[in-house]
Ligand binder design. Sequence first.
Ligand code: ADP
Ligand code: MG
Length: 273
Amino acid sequence: PVPAVRADRTSAPTWAERHVRGGEVSVQGVSKSYGSLRVLDDVCLTAPAGSVTVILGPSGSGKSTLLRSINHLERVDSGFISVDGELIGYRRQGDLLYELAEREVLQRRADVGMVFQNFNLFPHLTVLENLIEAPMAVRGLPRDEAEGLARELLVRVGLADKAGAFPRQLSGGQQQRVAIARALALKPKVLLFDEPTSALDPELVGEVLDVIKELARSGTTLLIVTHEIGFAREVADTVVFMEHGRILESGAPEQLFTAPRHSRTAAFLDKVL
Ligand code: ADP
Ligand code: MG
């Protein structure tokens, strides 16, 4: 049993409190090719429940493909991925594995939220409508409950006054915070961020990173592709460096940033730091 969180607490949640909310992500021996190009090459990665993993690597190294595979958007050629103990794409029955039907994939995908570089909000829907659509369609929430949840999330990302705005009326930073709230509205066990600040003007990066930092303390398992090294140092439990579809090394931020084991990691860090 985990102690209840006191409403008046100001300290960060304990590890046990964090642990109980997120789900573990496990990637075991995953490979994937497009034609003759091997974009994931025997990737192994374990992100414990509630942990924060930052994934670094040059363009084309397979970072997005890895995140998309964890979110059921890509089919891998070999190896297995599980989220919170459930295999991606398969259902276990005794010793046998059955492929999931499309409907089951949609249900499972709701456990994994994803935030993209370009926000991907529905342009013709208001902020509130963007936030209630999936909870109603996927989780079957009644409208009033979905709206209540959406308004709570807007407070959490600092946009309580923007419920009626359309995406085009918001700055990039505000749109990305709406996109994060939208991902949270499905109460995912795992949140994936694919370069969430790369499309933003520099002065808007901080407000988005602040929201992610707050999430990092809240117990959702986070996997974040980003080149924001200062941010990674602050929030990551583990930093992973990928190149040519392989994980070249991983470690605690202190270790990886100050004493990378691999010369390729050092060369990459020299360029982004
Ligand atoms: P990253 O996110 O690290 O930049 P990606 O995962 O997007 O890398 O891409 C890895 C490699 O796979 C790149 O060489 C890219 O061109 C290629 N690739 C990605 N998606 C496809 C696709 N749908 N068809 C063919 N090649 C692809
Ligand atoms: Mg990418």
